[in-house]
Design a protein around this ligand. Structure first.
Ligand SMILES: [Zn+2]
Length: 423
């Protein structure tokens, strides 16, 4: 491995997921190992890949794994790291909401900035290149939160791309304040969000969804909803959304985050809904960690129902599905640290997504890039950006369980502490 520090040129021999290599000399015919990895030599100049060649010599087999920097399609930077002061030892959804609202009353520009910066630094060092964060956008300090996260979005642009989503009760979009918020969101190139989880007033929610989609259409602003994060009334929110979309055509991109209770439907109904989502090009973000922690609790017993977006069925119907980390050390989830390898490892037993399979890796890489509509999808080809993580491991099992050393390459440069904004 030759490293040219402080220059954005270099060459590296590494194992690369075959499913992410689009083009490369002598690579297409190269057999990959049982982990779906190909031994390749990759060279880059001025931050761009100039060549990808397969290594056929068994003496020179690489000692590292090279993967694209990850995409986090669903986070909450404004409340991250609040668990110690606002814990939710009961672990229920209801208690999480109650504690969240108490914590929200203490939010200031300073503490939101501190949390978001801490999150961004961890994300960058751990190998994340883009984050979509939802922001509590009603109540105390919501204006300040938008200011702070808007600042950080510009400041961190070349290191971690931020997308901001306004998280509000759905009916807020029907109010005058909602209209003002929507114009503010547009200025920050953000998305409109909201929560639709049962029990809800069907008529009122239908009206709110209609208004939200109309507003988004007018402003050309995409939507990302927290929908059906629940163990009751399976798929109720999704069915309502699909009903509204029969009347109002959407010309923007819609993401459904969670869709947890969909998995409690019959296979037949579930597949019908998945097909409809695919037809409408609605994308899905599955959030296995928070769902497994908060939902399906039966007193203190271990859950017997595990509401989680039915990833495999959705993918089979052609829906783009990403996996996100959601909450980090806040009342909704006590663990996490903006570490994509940890998310993959935790998610494996919950989702049964295996990184050695194309559709097991995509939710953390290409699908999430698609959901965030990023310029680069995370694949390898001549001209693709040198935006990678180098992991000292030669198999997925080692990469995801032994906490191996990792180095991050940002636009061709090896990440070093001088590149990380202070403050
Ligand atoms: Zn969320």
């Amino acid at each position: 491995m030759s490293l040219l520090n402080y220059e954005n040129n270099g060459s590296i021999n590494a194992w690369v997921p075959r499913s992410l290599i689009i083009d490369g000399k002598k690579v297409l015919g190269l057999s990959c190992n049982r982990d779906g990895l190909c031994p390749i030599q990759i060279k880059w100049v001025n931050g761009k890949t100039i060549s990808i060649e397969g290594i056929n010599n068994s003496v020179e087999l690489p000692l590292s794994l090279l993967i694209p920097r990850f995409v986090e399609p669903h986070a909450h930077l404004d409340k991250a790291f609040t668990w110690n002061d606002y814990p939710n030892f009961k672990g229920s959804y209801e208690m999480a909401l109650e504690v969240n609202l108490k914590e929200q009353l203490t939010r200031t520009e300073e503490n939101v900035r501190f949390r978001a910066q801490k999150a961004l630094k961890l994300a960058l060092r751990n190998g994340i290149r883009a984050i979509r964060t939802h922001i509590d956008s009603v109540g105390l300090a919501s204006d300040e939160s938008w200011e702070v996260l808007g600042d950080l979005k510009s400041q961190w642009k070349s290191l971690v791309e931020l997308q901001l989503v306004a998280l509000v009760p759905l009916d807020y979009w029907c109010t005058e304040k909602g209209k003002l918020l929507a114009t503010r969101v547009v200025k920050k190139d953000g998305l409109l969000g909201g929560v639709l989880a049962p029990p809800f007033d069907k008529k009122k929610s239908e009206e709110s969804l209609r208004k939200l989609i109309q507003t988004a259409n007018q402003l050309g602003c995409d939507i990302d909803l927290h929908i059906d994060e629940s163990q009751i009334s399976p798929g109720a929110g999704l069915k309502l959304l699909l009903k509204v979309l029969e009347e109002v055509t959407s010309n923007i991109s819609i993401t459904c985050s969670h869709l947890s209770s969909m998995s409690l439907l019959s296979r037949r109904e579930l597949i019908g809904l998945a097909d409809r989502l695919a037809e409408l090009k609605i994308k899905v973000v599955a959030l296995p960690l928070t769902n497994a922690w908060l939902l399906g609790r039966d007193g203190r017993g271990t859950s017997v129902n595990r509401p989680l977006a039915p990833i495999f069925y959705l993918q089979k119907s052609g829906v783009i599905v990403g996996v996100g980390g959601d909450n980090v050390k806040d009342p909704w989830f006590p663990l996490g640290g903006f570490d994509p390898l940890e998310l993959m490892a935790f998610s494996m037993p919950l989702t049964q997504l295996a990184p050695w399979q194309r559709l097991g890796l995509a939710p953390f890489t290409t699908a999430s890039a698609d959901i965030m509509d990023l310029d680069w999808d995370g694949t390898f080809y001549e001209g693709s950006p040198a935006n990678w993580i180098v992991i000292e491991a030669t198999s997925w099992a080692d990469a995801l369980s032994l906490n191996p050393k990792r180095k991050v390459i940002v636009n061709g440069y090896w990440l070093n502490e001088n590149m990380i904004p202070t403050g």
